[in-house]
Design a protein around this ligand. Structure first.
Ligand SMILES: [Zn+2]
Length: 454
């Protein structure tokens, strides 16, 4: 099957390309970028539109696996569908230490059924802890448990996971010995370490040194997760300088950030352990409930205590970040776009369905980022980070994952009230040369494949 995408403007930062060109896809590869009009079985007219590599979300939380052994099938509840509709063709899941399911089995499941997007996974540290039966997140693991965790970590990496993720914030009992014993399994294949670090706001610096110290000792690449929600409380400028200082010492550290000024987490998480009001200099009303009987309502001391006690799993949104510091992060050359999208049964933060189009609406059209730089942060940069030479690019021979959008109208519409609402202005999303989404609607939700790294 040959598809010709004609008359569009190709924006491919991996080749510093911003030019009117026709793109020929043959099978699941890019066959040519050309001024000619080669014969094709199908033609997509992209006049007036941008033709870019499919977006890569380097930080998101994958769909659950249902009791029937399948990925979430309900289009309204599937975060992978939200991803696809906003132009994402490849995701990296298993972030913040969390796997929704055994990552090895998850990849097999994607092999069997396909998925709305291509799926790559990290093995989550909390998954390893749970797998060996260590339930108390505040206590240290035993030597025996750690030995078992390290062995399982190695197994998951050998099976194709892209690296290890940590949610140190969520598992305060983790210590350096536990970090090192698991992280060092990434050394042989030089895989990625990603972390939601131990603390945020004024404590971000110590938390950052803890994680980056491990990456430095082991000589591994480090991805600092969702820095907006970690350091946009008055620390961002100094924090980015700290990242730069590590890079000068040859530590390969980069960051991701989502373009919102509020974060999201479960109400029972350690983020809301005593002291959080003082840490963020705020009151209970910065919280908005995403689930349960207070859905949509702002927090009060009474409802906070009730929900934390009765429904610790319920997601909340917390409005505490400084806008100019989130903007500063996204403008930094050290930072790529990552949604940190997370969805529980269709509820959650709108970043799951809005992140990528929102960057164009809020940042590119407002003059905070150039179009090419925004696309680079969504394609070439994460692809290089993940070691995917055939993705995030439209070079000849690349995987035929493509997004076609209108730079003037692309926009997010998901809100905190309606977090899964599709955006607009994205005409086509192609995965492996086939049409996966058209006009922000899913056409084929099974074109995504499992990606493995060895
Ligand atoms: Zn996180």
């Amino acid at each position: 099957m040959k598809t010709l995408i004609k008359n569009g403007t190709v924006v491919d930062p991996s080749s510093q390309l911003h030019q009117k060109l026709n793109v020929l896809l043959e099978g699941d590869k890019v066959a040519a970028l050309t001024h000619e009009e080669p014969e094709a079985d199908r033609c997509i007219d992209a006049a007036g539109k941008i033709v870019a590599p499919g977006f890569i979300d380097i930080h998101m939380h994958e769909d659950f696996v249902g009791p029937d052994g399948h990925l979430e099938q309900d289009e309204k509840k599937s975060i992978f569908n939200c991803m696809l509709r906003m132009g994402v063709t490849t995701i990296l899941g298993g972030e913040c230490g969390i796997n929704r399911y055994d990552p090895m089995k998850y990849l097999d499941l994607v092999d069997r059924d396909g998925a709305p997007v291509n799926v790559a996974l990290l093995v989550g540290h909390a998954f390893l802890r749970e797998a060996v039966g260590h339930k108390d997140k505040y206590s240290h693991v035993t030597d025996k448990e750690l030995h078992q965790m390290a062995a399982l970590c190695e197994k998951a990496l050998t099976a194709g996971c892209f690296g290890v993720s940590y949610g140190i914030r969520y598992v305060p009992g983790i210590d350096e010995r536990e970090l090192m014993a698991t992280a060092q399994k990434c050394v042989p294949a030089h895989k990625l370490l990603a972390a939601h670090v131990r603390d945020d706001a004024a404590a971000i610096f110590d938390a950052g040194h803890e994680f980056l110290g491990v990456a430095e000792k082991l000589g591994l690449p480090a991805q600092f997760s969702h820095i907006g929600s970690m350091a946009a409380f008055g620390q961002m400028e100094e924090f980015l300088q700290m990242i730069e200082a590590y890079r000068k010492r040859n530590v390969d550290v980069l960051c991701d950030c989502y373009p919102y000024y509020a974060f999201s987490t479960a109400i029972g998480s350690t983020t809301y352990d005593p002291g959080w009001l003082e840490r963020y200099h705020c009151d209970y009303d910065v919280i908005q409930y995403c689930e349960g009987k207070y859905l949509g309502k702002r927090g009060t001391r009474e409802t906070f205590e009730e929900e934390r006690r009765d429904h610790p799993e319920h997601l909340t949104v917390c409005y505490v970040m400084k806008e100019n510091e989130v903007d500063m992060a996204l403008a930094s050359p050290l930072v790529m776009v990552g949604s940190d999208g997370i969805m529980n049964h269709g509820q959650g933060h709108p970043r799951a369905a809005g992140t990528f189009p929102r960057v164009f609406r809020e940042f590119v059209r407002q003059g905070k980022l150039s179009l090419d730089e925004a696309v680079r942060k969504m394609t070439a940069m994460p692809a290089e980070r993940m070691g995917l030479p055939h993705k995030g690019t439209l070079r000849e021979g690349a995987d035929a994952d493509v997004v076609i959008f209108n730079a003037e109208t692309i926009a997010d519409r998901a809100t905190f009230e309606e977090p899964t609402l599709a955006g607009c202005g994205i005409d086509y999303v192609l995965i492996g040369g086939n049409i996966a989404a058209k006009d922000c609607h899913v056409v084929n939700g099974h074109l995504g494949r499992a990606l493995r790294k060895y």
